[in-house]
Design a protein around this ligand. Sequence first.
Ligand SMILES: *[C@@H]1O[C@H](CO)[C@@H](O)[C@H](O)[C@H]1NC(C)=O
Ligand SMILES: *[C@@H]1O[C@H](CO)[C@@H](O)[C@H](O)[C@H]1NC(C)=O
Ligand SMILES: *[C@@H]1O[C@H](CO)[C@@H](O)[C@H](O)[C@H]1NC(C)=O
Length: 562
Amino acid sequence: MTPYPQFSHLMHSSEIKINMTPPPLALCFFLSFLLCAAAGGGKWDLLLSNAGISAMHMQLLHTDRVVMFDRTAFGNSNISLPNAKCLHDPDDPASRLDCTAHSVEYDVASNSVRPLTVLSNIWCSSGAVLPDGTLAQTGGNGKGDHAVRLYKACTDNYSSSCDWQEIINGLTQTRWYATSQILPDGRQIIIGGRSQFNYEFYPKHSPTDGSYNLPFLQQTFDHADTDNNLYPFVFLNTDGNLFIFANNRAILFDYKNSKLIRTYPALPGGDPRNYPSTGSAVLLPLKSNAAAAEVLLCGGAIKGACDRARKGDFVRALDTCGRIRINDPNPQWVMETMPLARVMGDMLLLPNGNVLIINGAGTGTAAWELGRSPVLSPVLYYPDNQPGSRFEVQNPTATPRMYHSAAVLLRDGRVLVGGSNPHEFYNFTNVLFPTDLTLQSFSPPYLDPRFDNLQPKILSPVSGSKIGYGQQIPVRFSVDPGQLVQSTIMVTMIAPAFATHSFSMNQRLLVLERGDVMPVGGSAYQIMATTPGSGNLAPAGYYLMFVVHKDIPSEGIWIHIN
Ligand SMILES: *[C@@H]1O[C@H](CO)[C@@H](O)[C@H](O)[C@H]1NC(C)=O
Ligand SMILES: *[C@@H]1O[C@H](CO)[C@@H](O)[C@H](O)[C@H]1NC(C)=O
Ligand SMILES: *[C@@H]1O[C@H](CO)[C@@H](O)[C@H](O)[C@H]1NC(C)=O
C-alpha cells in the first residue's frame, strides 16, 4: 500500500491549503480548475434541533446507536424519563424531583432519540466498550462517583433490559474526570480522577482487587491551576504497556506490575494539555510496522490560563501540536503549528487515517464559563504529508461547541457533533453560549458527491462477522474499474471511542496488511487482509472496518474480533 495516496497530494497542494467555502462559479472560471474541483472543506448538517439532553459524553455501539448522557444535577432536561420514573434526591437541590432523562440513545438510521434511565450522577465520567459490545461506564459525581453503569447494546427499544443497569458501588475510589482504557484481557483500567493518584480495574479479579498507586499523577498535579492533569491521555501501546500523558509529560507504564517503564522527554514549551488546559490527543494509525506507533497531541492552554480566565482574562489557546514515536530508543517530540489555536478541541481518527480536529474555543479554558472565541472551523491533519503541509482548514459551522461538547465517528463516515453546555444548569437564554441540545453532522470532504465514483463498497465480509487474531481474511469490494488505482487501496479498522471532555478514550485505527487486488468479475475485487496479531494491537470487541480507495472510504461494516 502506498503511504502517500495520489489523491492526498492533489488535495493538499499549497494553493488550497486554507480551504474556505468553495469560491463562486464565476471566480472558479478565472482560477485553476484544480482549486474549484479539489477544494474539500466538508459539510455541516443539522440532524436534530432537540436531542433532549446536551451530548456531553457519547459512545457509538455496534447497533449504530449512540449512547449519550450529561449530568443528573443539571435539573430538568428536555425529555422525560421512560416508564414515568422520577429521580428523588433530597440532598441535591436540582434533583429533589426530576422526572426527566439525562441519558438518551440516538438511532442513526431513524435520526431519533429515546430516553434512557440513569438515576445517579454520571457527570464527567469515563467508559469503554467491553468485548461483548456492552458499554461499561465508570464513575461520576455525588452519589454516582463510585458507580459502574452497564448498557448492553440492544434494539428492543422500550423493554427494561434495553436500558442502563447501575452498580452503585462498582468502584473502589471516586472517579470524577478519570480516563478509561480497554485492555487486552477484556477488562477496563480506570486511571486518576480528581484527587485520585491511582488506578483500578473493572471488572475486578477478586474482592481484594482494589486501587493501585500511580505517583505520576501526583507529580503532574498542578495545585495552583486547578489540576491540569485530569482526563489524562491514555493509549494502549503495541507492547501491552500504557502510554500516559498528563499535564506536560508522559510515561510508559506497566499496569500489571505497577512499574514505570520509561519517562518521555517533557513536551517542549512546558505548557499543560489536560483539563482544564484541555487539549486532545490520538494514537496515530497503526500500520504493518506497529512498533512505529506515534502519538499526536494538539492544543491546550498555557499554565495559569484557568486562574486568569476566572478573573476575566481569557488568554489565547495553544496552537501547537507535539508528535512522538513512543517506541523509539530515544524518542523526541516534534512540534508543529496548527492554523488555528484551540482549547477543548476533539481529535478523531477518520477511516482513511487522517485526523479531524473539531469543536472548542480560541481563548480561555475548560470548566464552567471559562471559554471564549469559539473555533467554528474544523481542521484536517494529514499525518503522512510532509511537515508544513499537514493541516487543512475546513468549512465552519455556525454553532459554537464549547465546554461539554463531544464528537464521534459514525459508520457511514460522518462525524456526529453535539453538546456544549458551559453552565452549571441548562440555560437557554441570557447567557453566553446557551446550553445546546442540537445534534449536527460534519461530513468530511471524502463524502462530497463528486468523489462518489471513487468510493468502494464492501461486499464481504458481512457486517457482524467474527474474526480472529493474525488471520488472513478475504475482503471483497466493488469500485468503478475505470477509476481503480490498486496501490491506493487500504483496509482499516477503527475502535469506536468513548468521547467526552475532548478526549476519545479507546480510539485506535489499524491499517491492515494486505495482498494484491484481484479482480473477481465485473466491478468486484478481492484482497487478502491480515487481521491484527494480538490484543495488544486490537483489544477484543467490535470494530468498524473500511476499504479505502484514493483516500475515499467505503461505508463501514461492523466486525467482531476475539
Ligand atoms: C424542548 O422541547 C420542546 C418540545 O419538543 C421544544 O419545543 C423546545 O424548543 C425544546 N427546547 C430546546 C431548548 O430545545
Ligand atoms: C426502535 O426505534 C427505532 C427508532 O425509532 C425504530 O426504527 C425501530 O424500528 C424500533 N425497534 C423496535 C423493535 O421497535
Ligand atoms: C440558569 O438556570 C438556572 C436553573 O434554571 C437558574 O436558576 C439561573 O438563574 C439561570 N441563569 C441565568 C443567567 O439565567
